[in-house]
Design a binder for this molecule. Structure first.
Ligand SMILES: Cc1cc2nc3c(=O)[nH]c(=O)nc-3n(C[C@H](O)[C@H](O)[C@H](O)COP(=O)(O)O)c2cc1C
Length: 244
């Protein structure tokens, strides 16, 4: 544990020095006015849909292998990868850092949610998990995911959340992106890390999915884990700027 942690601390220090604004509790680059109009256009699609008389489906979530079979009435999905157990800086946690952020965002925007989980779970031990993640990245692996999002055509806006693993997204997020048709979808990334910032993952999402990718937010995992009023306010302002 000690050897790898020391190595990781050195990596983190380098990444912190290069990461844009990563010393701040949470960071969203200033949101472009065009992002807001793109979101508005997508949100209007649901409003006009809900004006139709036979829209009676109850709200459900996609938070399990059994995704909603019926239209839950929202066109927003929060899909996220997050791992609990032992992690850098937070110790052993029951709920992953990104999941805490994902749940807050989903609550604020009234979205369905989908937890990207792998069929083979990652080791609970931090060092072992680092080894597995590194190997997967080296192999450009696509680890199998539990379940899938049904009714993908229902969602026009997808918030995509993940931790930074070795300067990139966990490979399971690539499995997720590879599994769907992203035509006409808007993706809004959010990530947690311990110094690396977004690490260009927003650009990777754009090139893998071909979707329109709007302004992301990133924050330290330890900040998300201890989610407080200030952090909520920062996330809320980012959502406000995006037009939610
Ligand atoms: C396998 C692994 C690799 C990681 N690599 C990085 C990294 O390259 N840069 C960084 O800033 N943080 C790194 N971290 C820290 C995580 O990004 C951070 O703890 C994150 O908040 C974890 O989110 P989660 O609890 O939702 O999984 C890594 C953590 C793990 C487990």
């Amino acid at each position: 544990m000690k050897k790898l942690s020391l190595f990781f601390s050195a990596v983190m220090l380098c990444l912190t020095l290069t990461a844009c604004g990563s010393g701040e509790p949470a960071k969203a680059s200033s949101v472009a006015e065009s992002d807001k109009s793109i979101v508005q256009e997508k949100l209007n699609k649901t409003e006009s849909k809900s004006e139709q008389p036979d829209e009676t489906a109850p709200a459900e979530t996609a938070d399990s292998p059994d995704s909603p079979e019926t239209d839950s009435g929202t066109n927003i999905l929060v899909a996220y990868f997050s791992r609990a157990d032992e992690n850098y800086s937070v110790g052993t946690v029951e709920v992953g850092n990104t999941q805490i952020l994902a749940e807050y965002i989903a609550g604020e925007v009234g979205a369905d949610s989908f937890h990207i989980e792998t069929v083979t779970p990652y080791p609970a031990d931090y060092d072992e998990c680092c080894d597995v993640a590194k190997q997967e990245q080296k192999d450009n692996a696509r680890p199998e995911i539990i379940g899938s999002v049904e009714n993908t055509e229902q969602y026009d806006i997808v918030f995509l959340g993940y931790p930074i693993w070795w300067g990139d997204m966990p490979m399971a997020v690539y499995t997720f992106m590879d599994s769907y048709d992203w035509t006409d979808k808007v993706v809004i990334p959010f990530c947690t890390h311990e110094g690396s910032g977004l690490s260009g993952t927003d650009s990777s999402i754009a090139s893998v999915t071909g979707a329109q990718v709007l302004t992301a937010i990133d924050m330290r995992g330890s900040t998300a884990q201890a989610l407080n009023d200030d952090t909520r306010q920062t996330v809320r302002s980012w959502l406000d700027d995006l037009g939610f």
